[in-house]
Design a binder for this molecule. Structure first.
Ligand code: PEP
Ligand code: MN
Length: 275
């Protein structure tokens, strides 16, 4: 018996009702799930307006339908850059309007929710997957939520965290596999590709993949992204910057816009091959 089989009774609202039960989450007109695939791309963190806008315009041109960038970054070290905070959210709002693309942004504290009015999809990061008060707070509102798998979380725990949001009344949950911590050290985390089809046997929620935080290496992002697509992911979220080396955080795992364009084209081909 594996960890996903023995306590499915607690997976109630996230549970797949039958073979054809695949739910769609609508992010300001961009549908994810039930055959709808989306690329989410952008820098790790919001930076100054021009750079952020330039990256947003480029990723949109290359096939991204949602732009991502963090404003309040949960950093392992208190000495690392942790985002532009409120100013970052203001920049993101302007970029969204100018580039005409919905935006995803991580939220780390329920008290900040009023600041996120212009954000189209909230992200709960790996470090907050079991921040139950935050889960309850995003469950009490209707904005879609990308829920990332905690770095040492089982799929059961991920699904129970999703359940917290659903039970609060918000049906718009997208699960994200972003790698888990194992004994290996060649990559930042170990991408659990099997989690994608396995989750889809248990839950009807859309499942996306983040190959950037999974690998920590820009040169591996495309391969892992394509593996996720082949495994049935409903979307891929990648860190992209017009000049990766100049990224204010996660530079090593950030790809440039040309590499993202290639990834986008290859992802299309993989999807076509699966039809
Ligand atoms: C992020 O997407 O910027 C991020 C911090 O990811 P994770 O929570 O998966 O580490
Ligand atoms: Mn990052």
């Amino acid at each position: 018996m594996n960890e996903c089989e023995y306590s499915q009774d607690e997976i109630v609202l996230a549970k797949k009702k039958n073979e054809k039960d695949y739910r769609t989450v609508d992010v300001s007109g961009v549908k994810i799930g039930a055959g709808n695939f989306a690329l989410i791309a952008g820098p790790c963190a919001v930076e100054e307006y021009e750079t952020t806008l330039h990256t947003a315009l480029e990723v949109k041109k290359a096939g991204a339908s949602i732009f991502r960038a963090g404003a309040f970054k949960p950093r392992t070290s208190p000495y690392s850059f942790d985002g532009l905070h409120e100013e970052g959210l203001e920049i993101l709002k302007k970029v969204k309007e100018k580039a005409g693309i919905p935006v995803a942004c991580e939220i780390i504290d329920a008290a900040y929710l009023p600041l996120y009015d212009d954000i189209d999809v909230l992200q709960i990061g790996a470090r907050n997957m079991q921040n139950f008060e935050l889960l309850k707070a995003v469950g009490r509102q209707n904005k879609p939520v990308i829920l990332k798998r905690g770095m040492s979380a089982t799929l059961q725990e991920l699904l129970l965290s999703a359940e917290y949001i659903l039970v609060g009344g918000n049906p718009n949950v997208i699960l994200c596999e972003r790698g888990i911590r194992t004994f290996t050290c060649g990559t930042r985390n170990t991408f659990d590709v099997g989690a994608i089809p396995l989750l889809k046997t248990i839950t009807a929620l859309p499942v996306i993949a983040d190959p950037s935080h999974a690998t920590g290496r820009a040169d591996l992002v495309e391969s892992v992204a394509l593996a996720a697509v082949a495994a049935g992911a409903d979307g891929v979220m990648t860190e992209v910057h017009i000049c990766p080396a100049a990224s204010s955080s996660d530079a090593c795992q950030t790809i440039d816009t040309a590499a993202f364009g290639t990834l986008s084209k290859k992802a299309d081909k993989v999807r076509q091959a699966l039809l």
